[in-house]
Design a protein around this ligand. Sequence first.
Ligand SMILES: Cc1cc2nc3c(=O)[nH]c(=O)nc-3n(C[C@H](O)[C@H](O)[C@H](O)COP(=O)(O)OP(=O)(O)OC[C@H]3O[C@@H](n4cnc5c(N)ncnc54)[C@H](O)[C@@H]3O)c2cc1C
Length: 383
Amino acid sequence: MNFDLTEEQRMWKKAIHDFVSRDVKPSAQMVDEEGQFNWQATHKMGPIGLLGLNVPEKYGGAGVDAVSAAIAMEELGWGCGSTALSISAHNGLGCAPLSLFGGSELKKRFLPPVATGEGKLAALALTEPGAGSDLKGGVRTRAELGGGEWVINGTKMWITNAGIADFIVTLVRTDPNGGSRSLSLILVPTDTPGMHIGPPEKKMGLKGCPTHPVTYEDVRVPENFLLGEVGQGLHQTFTVLDWGRVSIAALSVGLAQAAFEEAVRYANERHTFGVPLSHHQAIQWMLADAATQIQTARLMVYFAAWLKDLGRPFIMEASMAKLNATEMAEQVCRDAIQILGGYGYSREYPVERIYRDARLMTIGEGTSEVQRMVIARKVIQTD
Ligand SMILES: Cc1cc2nc3c(=O)[nH]c(=O)nc-3n(C[C@H](O)[C@H](O)[C@H](O)COP(=O)(O)OP(=O)(O)OC[C@H]3O[C@@H](n4cnc5c(N)ncnc54)[C@H](O)[C@@H]3O)c2cc1C
C-alpha cells in the first residue's frame, strides 16, 4: 500500500496551491460581498488545465487523473467556495457528460473553447421545480424529435453557471410513458432562441457562484446534439454524478482546511485568562477533532479517486466520501466559528463565509439522504 502522491501529482498540487494562493484566495471575500463570479481568476485557469480537468488533450483539456482532479478541487475549495463550485460544476457536470457520451463532431465543436478558457463555462441542468432527488419520476422538461431537430420545452432551476455558460447539458424526457429509459441528455447552446436564463437565485452563501432558473420555450437543436443514445439520460446522469460527488467531497475538504487554518491561527493569537486560546484543553480538543476529521475525509476522497483511476467500481466510495466530507466540513466550520467567538460571527473574518458556503455541500449533487440511500443499497445488496 502506498499513500504517497506521485512526483507529478505533488508538483501539480504545488502549482495549483500557488495559483490559488495568488489568484483566488485573496479575492474570495470580495467575490462573496459583491456576488460576482471571479472571471479574472477563471481566465487564467485555462492554460493551467483547471477548465478541462477531465477533457482529453485532443479537445483542449488537461485530461488529468482522478486523484489530480480531486487535488485541484480541494485547493480551489481552500481558496474560495464560490469559485470552486463553479469550476467543479463546469468540469464535473458540464464538460464530463459531453466528454463521456458526446459524438466526436459535438466534442470538437463545444469542448475546446470551454476547456481552454477561450469561451465561457459549461453547465448541467437536471433539477426542476418538481424534481430534485427524484429525477426519474419528477422531470417534466420534454424533448420531441421533428424534422431532424429536438424541440425542448420546460423549466429547470438551481442551475450552477447557467448565466456564464456556453452550453447547458439538459436532462429531458424523451418518452412520455415514463420509466428509467424515458430520459435523455441533450446539449443546448445558451444562445439558442427560446432559452431564457432567469435572474440569479438569492442564496445563503456561494454568492459568487451564479445559480439560475432556465426556461426552454420551443428551443430547437439539431438531432445530433443528443448525447449518446435516446433513453440513456438517467444512467448517464448517475455516471456523471458519481464523479461529481468526489469533486464536491474534495471541495469540502478544502473548505474545512481553510476554516481550520483560520481557527488555529486565531487560537494561537488570542489570549484569554492570561494564555493563548490554544492552551485551553477545550479548544485543543476541537482542533484535534477537526484535524482528524479533515484527514479522514481527505483519505476517503483520494481512495474514491484512486479506485476511479484504476477503473474499479467506486459508486459507494464516492457517496461515502461525499457524505463524510460535506458533513465534516459543516462541523469543522461550525467549530471554527466557535473558536473565534464573536469574531467568528463577523463578516470581517472568513469563517462565517466558509460556513455559509459549506452548508450547500450536503445538498447539491445528491443530498446526504440520497448518499445514504446509495450506500445502503450497496451494503444490503439490492443494487
Ligand atoms: C447552490 C445550488 C446549486 C445547484 N446546482 C445545480 C446544478 O448545477 N444542476 C442541477 O441540476 N441542480 C443543481 N442544484 C439542485 C440540487 O441538486 C438539488 O437541490 C438537490 O438535488 C436536492 O433536490 P431538491 O432541492 O429538489 O430537494 P428534494 O428532492 O425535494 O428533497 C428535499 C429533502 O428531502 C430529502 N428526501 C427526498 N427524498 C427522500 C427520501 N426518499 N428519503 C429520505 N429523504 C428524502 C432530501 O434529502 C432533502 O433533504 C443546485 C442546488 C443549489 C442549492
